[in-house]
Design a binder for this molecule. Structure first.
Ligand SMILES: Nc1ncnc2c1ncn2[C@@H]1O[C@H](COP(=O)(O)OP(=O)(O)O)[C@@H](O)[C@H]1O
Ligand SMILES: [Mg+2]
Length: 251
């Protein structure tokens, strides 16, 4: 199993950098509800959308009753079948059924129209969770014909990928690297690396696993050390070299 799957959080507490989203989720969950719930989680790639979808799903449904649907291939006919099947609660301890639709901007217009009806009358034991990755595609979830209708039927959760979230992800990446005996470089190296990955923790864990990260990180650290050593050197050659290093580090 790839490293990022081995370390996919199973509980809210292990999800890092998304405190306000998790607080919002828990507030919604604390309110009583007579019908099933629908969620739409959006945010940059590798920030925890699918992870949170699974955690929410697992609160109400046992693994056999958590279904991941392929957004692009979800047809109205398949959706009709799902509607049929979701009328009955699950024959398992948790009784609930959960449906996760990743990359939901890919849902066809016909399926989307039918989903509006599905979401209108969700049985109490059912939870639907949509995720979309690209922020610019957030709007695509609602086509022109039904402005905001689909997402207005969902609780909207936006994930962070700003500085605080990245810091928390860098710390988690370092912890994982150390636990795996892969490497425990200084904190700044991981912060630098998560920025290079635009806040995508899956990508960073992949790089750590492949060994490429350690090489790149070492090279970047060596450049930073050299830059520090050259700081008080006023000779022309030193100035040229500093510029070279700064350019290389900015890439
Ligand atoms: N906020 C997070 N906290 C902890 N691990 C995370 C977080 N975001 C991503 N990961 C790691 O990256 C992997 C992929 O995350 P995922 O939830 O699938 O991202 P996406 O937002 O693209 O759906 C997870 O299995 C986990 O190892
Ligand atoms: Mg995902």
């Amino acid at each position: 199993m790839p490293l990022h799957e081995d370390y996919r959080p199973k509980h809210f507490a292990a999800v890092v950098g998304q405190d306000s989203a998790i607080e919002q989720i828990q507030n919604v969950l604390a309110r009583p509800s007579k019908s099933g719930r629908a969620w739409h989680i959006s945010g940059a790639s590798g920030t925890g959308k699918t992870t949170l979808a699974h955690i929410i799903a697992a609160l109400d449904a046992d693994p056999f009753y958590i279904t991941e649907l392929d957004a692009a291939r979800l047809t109205p006919a398949e959706l009709a079948e799902i509607e049929n099947e979701m009328r009955y609660s699950a024959m398992s301890a948790k009784r609930g059924k959960a449906y996760i639709v990743n990359e939901s901007h890919g849902i066809s217009a016909a399926t989307r129209r039918q989903l509006l009806v599905t979401l209108e009358r969700l049985p109490a034991h059912v939870v639907f969770i949509f995720t979309t990755s690209a922020t610019r595609q957030r709007g695509l979830f609602d086509d022109g014909s039904d402005p905001n209708q689909l997402s207005s039927r969902c609780t909207q959760i936006d994930l962070e990928c700003g500085e605080d979230a990245r810091k928390a992800m860098a710390a988690r990446a370092k912890k994982i690297a150390m636990a795996e005996g892969i490497d425990g470089l200084p904190d700044e190296v991981y912060i630098d690396a998560i920025d290079q990955c635009r806040g995508n923790l899956r990508m960073l864990l992949g790089q750590i696993e492949s060994g490429k990260f350690v090489q790149t990180a070492r090279a970047r650290q060596a450049m930073r050390d050299e830059l520090a050593a050259l700081q008080s050197d006023s000779r022309k050659a030193a100035t040229v070299r500093r510029k070279e290093i700064e350019d290389a580090l900015a890439q």
